[in-house]
Ligand binder design. Structure first.
Ligand SMILES: *Cc1c(COP(=O)(O)O)cnc(C)c1O
Length: 411
């Protein structure tokens, strides 16, 4: 049984504990939404100040060369590649995850002429489904999206499938899927594999190359702590570089952007996935936060994440029983990402009451309370404090107050 003294001992022995002071954390709050918008690394704020005060205000256009702005998407992409098991030159920072999904799906469909089906998880993150629907509608030509419950993936695979597009961790349940086994199965049917790592990159060790993944995309603002609306990234396995053509042929993906030629010629390698001028301010913040992440061993991050989430599950079951909560996230550590989700019929007001007590989680419609665990800035004792507050909210019924019923635009 987990007790507060046990958790204090874990904090004292925690090799990641020194990372906490590298973040500017909100005062008087415990933050469990790092799986949606990561906390701000102090280094990112310092980097932003330097970019604003010197590079932008003083050096202006010369900064493209002088401060390496022009190479930032590739330099940052290679650093992200180290966090997802990719070789240098396979990953580039650019655009949003949604736009990168479009590029990856379009390239995959082109690589498998004669196969017209995109397969995805019926419970995938909506934008992943929307982008596939948009692409298939726009292409016409018989291209269609086929969605399936992931435990029935086999039934959707066949000779008509061009690409399978899945999230590594389900955003609503926190379930982690077996990347190696699924990728193998997809390749066995002759299709390509696209992984969305929005909820796993930066949270657990990932071996894209060893798993043989073809494409991957992910966010900069979740576990990478890159800031609101941080640039995303796209990964294409090197073996495909000579065959793929991006559907978005902008000048930053040209072989010689500054030759200003009238005809598009793709850059060699991953650079051809760039479209337009990179957002230097936000990309600089992301580079500083990724540098910070590279200092922490990913195996330690994973180990602490699983201990935090296991302690949370255990404490919720000890202290919140009988209040209509139901665990949605798998208990087996190997099937759990870095968040724990609880179903409750009054999820929204319960979370608002919890937030009023300084414990910040979020809600996913219609009835899921989500708690993200970010080992670089959360303490084991924070888990205790969060569960105590949740138990108090449920026991007192304070979530029934009128002020907690109001819905906000962003959840
Ligand atoms: C957060 C998330 C996205 C977000 O896409 P954006 O284009 O950055 O808004 C996409 N896919 C998944 C699986 C996500 O969790």
């Amino acid at each position: 049984m987990t007790t507060r003294p046990d958790l204090e001992a874990l904090d004292r022995a925690d090799p990641l504990a020194p990372f906490r002071e590298r973040f500017a954390l909100p005062r008087g709050q415990l933050y469990f939404v790092g799986n949606s918008l990561g906390a701000m690394p102090k280094a990112s704020a310092e980097r932003m100040r330097r970019v604003v005060d010197q590079e932008w205000s003083q050096d202006l256009v010369r900064s493209w060369n002088r401060h390496g702005w022009v190479d930032l998407p590739q330099r940052l992409g290679d650093k992200i590649g180290r966090l997802i098991g990719a070789a240098p030159g396979e990953t580039v920072a650019c655009d949003s995850t949604s736009v990168n999904l479009f590029k990856a799906l379009a390239m995959a469909v082109k690589l498998r002429p004669g196969r017209r089906v995109i397969v995805s998880d019926a419970d995938n993150f909506p934008t992943d489904l929307y982008m596939a629907q948009g692409l298939s509608g726009w292409l016409g030509d018989g291209v269609e999206l086929r969605t399936v419950a992931l435990d029935r993936l086999d039934s959707a695979l066949g000779e008509d499938v061009a690409v399978v597009s899945l999230s590594h961790v389900n955003y609503r349940t926190g379930e982690l899927f077996d990347m190696a086994a699924i990728t193998r199965k997809v390749h066995d049917c002759g299709a390509l594999m696209l992984w969305d790592l929005a909820h796993s990159a930066g949270a657990l060790p990932i071996e894209l190359a060893a798993c043989g993944a073809d494409f991957a995309v992910g966010c900069g603002y979740k576990y990478f702590n890159g800031g609101p609306g941080a640039p995303a990234w796209i990964h294409v396995a090197e073996r495909l570089h000579a065959q793929v053509r991006s559907p978005l042929t902008g000048w930053f993906g040209h072989e010689r952007p500054f030759a200003f030629e009238g005809h598009y010629a793709p850059a060699a390698g991953i650079a051809s996935l760039l479209v337009g001028t990179p957002p230097i301010l936000s990309m600089s913040a992301l580079e500083a936060s990724v540098d910070l992440m590279l200092e922490a061993p990913m195996a330690q991050i994973r180990e602490k994440s699983l201990r935090l989430s296991a302690a949370f599950i255990e404490l919720v079951e000890q202290h919140c029983a009988g209040h209509g909560l139901q665990l949605v996230t798998p208990r087996e550590p190997g099937r759990r990402g870095s968040q724990v989700c609880l179903r409750h019929a009054q999820a929204w007001p319960v979370m608002q009451a919890l937030i009023a007590r300084g414990v910040i989680g979020d809600v996913r419609a219609p009835d899921i309370l989500r708690f993200g665990f970010t080992p670089l800035y959360l303490r084991y004792t924070d888990v205790w404090d969060a569960v105590s507050a949740l138990a108090e909210v449920l026991r007192s019924g304070e979530w029934q107050r009128e002020e907690f019923q109001l819905r906000a635009k962003v959840t």
